[in-house]
Design a protein around this ligand. Structure first.
Ligand code: PLP
Ligand code: COI
Length: 361
């Protein structure tokens, strides 16, 4: 049975004034809209109970499996308002497929791609007035997620699962906007290992990354770069973003997908548009030594992080217990060109050459 997410309107939505106040300065992850999408899966009945309903708390039994064994996955994507007022999703099918892959790794049911796309589309349609304008790179951040809601304490794949999507008007993830951020390279903590859940977007990965992120904060950094856990010879990704290096001779280098990092949709989009910008993409192993030496000898001229929430953010320096490697000051020309190329497609200012936008209204 295909899911259609019929709308049951919130009888008590936020006033237009309240919405305007939020949209004037949305921040990131602080405000939520009037509705949410929900659906339920049971082992015997499959998917059902799909609807868009008033935003509100779940009733979670204390014995719900997710609270004990962290069987949960999520996604992040955005709806963008174009200058003509229309609203568009960016590559939602890619999020839907990654959601399926994450679910499969966590022994959760795979939501059909069309059901995922219907849930975000119908929610955004219901929340049109919550989609900010393009000024300040504002957008409506969408957070689909799925968790083991079965009330049972045995360790097994849950037989009752809740799917939901919430929406949050958002501005830049980093409070400083496009100001370069410093990155802490941890050699103490690992986020994921071979055979683990690194390639899945599951809450447990983020719980495991927090201690390293706070180590980074203690060293004046805003994010952490993880190194492969066993051999310590591969740069992987940041706690919530992928990482790229730009060399003076026009190479755009990012760690290959080895099963321990997230297959970022922004990463993939950047690799796709690279040639349009005269850059030669390379997906391969990057050793920590290569990272540090390239900056020290001047062959690496730029570095940036990327993700749906962070968009593309220049990196000012990498710091570790062994030293500090600072990128040339004010040298983010390629990073900003990549940033603009992606944002211009998302906000409809450039031709959608790759067919990535899905109009919602
Ligand atoms: N890596 C991690 C660990 C993330 O949480 C994210 C954010 O979603 C990314 C990379 C970037 O992925 P995407 O570009 O699909 O948002
Ligand atoms: C996203 O970019 O969508 C994420 O999920 C990353 C998170 C750090 C907000």
């Amino acid at each position: 049975m295909s899911l259609t997410f019929p709308l049951h309107r919130n009888p008590d939505p936020a006033t237009d004034d309240a919405v305007a106040r939020v949209l004037a300065d949305p921040g990131f992850g602080d405000h939520f809209t009037d509705h949410m999408a929900v659906a339920t899966w049971t082992k015997d009945g499959g998917w059902g109970a799909d609807e868009i309903k008033p935003y509100g708390p779940f009733q979670v039994d204390p014995a719900s499996a997710v609270l004990h064994y962290a069987q949960e996955v999520f996604e992040g994507l955005k709806a963008y308002r174009h200058d003509d007022g229309s609203v568009h999703l960016f590559r939602p099918e890619a999020n839907a497929r990654r959601f399926q892959a994450s679910a499969a790794r966590l022994m959760l049911p795979e939501l059909p791609v069309d059901a995922f796309v219907a849930s975000v589309t119908e929610l955004v349609r219901a929340e049109e007035r919550w989609v900010p304008g393009a000024a300040g790179e504002h957008s409506l951040y969408l957070r689909p997620f799925m968790f083991a809601s079965e009330v049972f304490l045995g360790v097994r794949a849950a037989q009752t699962v809740t799917y939901s999507v919430i929406a949050s008007p958002s501005g830049p993830y980093f409070a400083g906007g496009v100001k370069p951020v410093d990155i802490w390279v941890t050699d103490r903590w690992a986020r994921a290992g071979v055979g683990g859940t690194g390639a899945a977007k599951c809450g447990g990965n983020y719980a495991a990354s927090l201690i390293a992120q706070y180590e980074g904060y203690d060293h004046g950094c805003s994010q952490v770069l993880f190194i492969e856990a066993a051999g310590k010879d591969r740069v992987e990704e940041l706690g919530g973003m992928n990482v790229f290096l730009v060399t003076g001779d026009g190479r755009l280098i990012t760690p290959a997908l080895t099963g321990t990092i997230l297959d970022g949709i922004t990463r993939n989009s950047i690799l796709t548009v690279a040639a349009d910008l005269g850059l030669r993409p390379e997906e391969r192993r990057v050793t920590p030594d290569e990272l540090f030496e390239g900056i020290a000898d001047g062959s690496t001229v730029e570095a940036f992080s990327c993700g749906t929430a962070a968009v593309v953010t220049p990196i000012g320096a990498f710091k570790s217990g062994h030293g500090e490697w600072r990128l040339p000051e004010g040298g983010s020309a390629q990073t900003l060109a990549i940033r603009d190329a992606i944002l211009d497609i998302q906000y409809g200012r450039a031709e959608d050459r790759y067919g990535w936008l899905r109009p919602v209204s």
